[in-house]
Design a protein around this ligand. Structure first.
Ligand SMILES: Cc1cc2nc3c(=O)[nH]c(=O)nc-3n(C[C@H](O)[C@H](O)[C@H](O)COP(=O)(O)O)c2cc1C
Length: 185
């Protein structure tokens, strides 16, 4: 059976990022037929600028992101909330994936958003904004896939999300919802 690929983009660049850890827990709990790839290097992609988005001259890091997203069956955004919205590196990635207009790598791509943040709602504002931006970029947003873990740095200070039984159970729910709404996942 061919494996399907979920490309995961993490909104935090921090070495000890709890969202990076959540992405790792998602990777570890993926069903056998699903490959979860965590994209590295979002922080090295230049800010989106139409002047540098020129065919044949697109910065290597942005081109690599576009290629990875094009190849993936599904895109999963794993993000904290910064000041009530999406952290800049993730928004930048969405912007690169939204162009060329109408034919960007997100066009028609099943895309889901999850994450953890310190606030009591686990970053749902950022998640909603990420869904909105991905949708405007042309993605098929999987609205039913939900996971927002509150208290990030405290909850995961002593325990990695992969060892947090409640989170692991919620991750299984994420894969169930992904399978139900984007069968290729
Ligand atoms: C600049 C900045 C803004 C933040 N704004 C919010 C916020 O609006 N809502 C929230 O719940 N947490 C907010 N936080 C706390 C983050 O949710 C928390 O630090 C989270 O663990 C960051 O994700 P990471 O562990 O993956 O780096 C903010 C943190 C930073 C650094």
């Amino acid at each position: 059976m061919t494996k399907s690929t979920i490309l995961t983009l993490v909104g935090s660049l921090r070495a000890g990022s709890t969202n990076q850890q959540l992405a790792e827990a998602i990777q570890l709990n993926a069903p056998e037929q699903v490959d979860v790839v965590i994209h590295e290097g979002l922080g090295n992609i230049p800010f989106y600028n139409e002047d540098i988005d020129v065919e044949g001259q697109v910065p290597a890091e942005a081109a690599a992101l576009r290629e990875a997203a094009s190849k993936a069956d599904t895109v999963l955004l794993v993000t904290p909330e910064y000041n009530g919205t999406v952290p800049a590196p993730l928004k930048n990635a969405i912007d690169w994936l939204s162009r060329p207009f109408g034919a960007g790598a997100l066009a028609g791509k099943p895309t889901a958003v999850v994450g953890t943040a310190f606030g009591q709602y686990g970053g749902v504002w950022a998640q909603d904004e990420a869904r909105k931006a991905a949708g405007i970029a042309g993605a098929r947003v999987l609205e039913d896939v939900k996971l927002a873990v509150p208290g990030s740095m405290v909850r995961f200070a002593e325990i990695h999300p992969k060892d947090d039984a409640e989170v692991v159970e919620q991750i299984k729910g994420v894969f169930d919802a992904l399978t139900a709404t984007a069968p290729a996942a």
